[in-house]
Design a protein. Structure first.
Length: 224
């Protein structure tokens, strides 16, 4: 970056904020933002320069999982007991690098149980499972205007579209679009639930590379 009004100096004589300057558009040799390598060189293993600070109200297991899946890294706070840190790290590293973690309930849980869970994940869906197999999907719209004590098998969308792992994110997106579905449970070849894939998640997975360790697990950091 250079300052147009500074002929000889390479930097301003005092500190500046964004409100103090106007960024002048200029031609670049970069033809697309996807041609820019954002991988960090600091040894963190992040594929984008995004770090979630070690704040107790922010840097939890769900944040660590989600950010690592998009290429960043989360730093767990230093005031968390070591056994809890160990548990959170193990949990994050057990998550799927591409497939999102599902919220699950049985067919006999209530609408109230589902509403209490829906806000905990951005995909906004509960997978209804019989053992380890998905048998339905419940979203907030399914619970609208329904008695909170109604059981989920009464309101769920039964026999949902499923995606079988391993699946390429682009193929998952195309299947969801073709079937006019916003999301679908992801299963293994035996039919057991592995996670959930949304159109948005599949699209993002074609753009971002997850931050993975040498064993192919999601990365997470801890403050000391």
């Amino acid at each position: 970056m250079r300052f147009l009004e500074l002929a000889t100096e390479s930097r301003a004589p005092h500190e500046l904020t964004y409100d103090d300057v106007f960024m002048v558009p200029a031609r670049s040799d970069v033809s697309s933002r996807f041609d820019v390598d954002l991988t960090t060189s600091d040894g963190s293993g992040a594929t984008i320069p995004l770090v979630v600070a070690n704040m107790t109200a922010v840097a939890g297991r769900r944040m660590a999982e989600t950010v690592a899946r998009r290429g960043g890294i989360t730093v767990l706070p230093q005031d968390i007991p070591v056994p809890v840190v160990h548990e959170v790290v193990a949990w994050v590293k057990s998550r799927q690098p591409v497939i999102e973690t599902p919220l699950t309930l049985s067919p006999f849980h209530t609408v109230g149980d589902a509403l209490a869970l829906l806000a905990k994940r951005a995909h906004g869906a509960v997978i209804v499972v019989d053992g380890t197999r998905p048998v339905g999907v419940v979203s907030e719209s399914d619970c609208s205007g329904v008695d909170r004590f109604a059981q989920l098998h009464q309101v769920m969308s039964a026999n949902p579209l499923t995606l079988t792992a391993p699946i390429d994110p682009q193929q998952a997106f195309e299947q969801l679009v073709a079937s006019r579905r916003r999301l679908a449970p992801v299963i293994d070849p035996a039919g057991n639930l592995l996670g959930i894939m949304t159109r948005t998640g599949a699209l993002r997975s074609t753009i971002y590379r997850p931050a993975l360790d040498a064993a192919g697990r999601l990365r997470v950091a801890a403050a000391i």
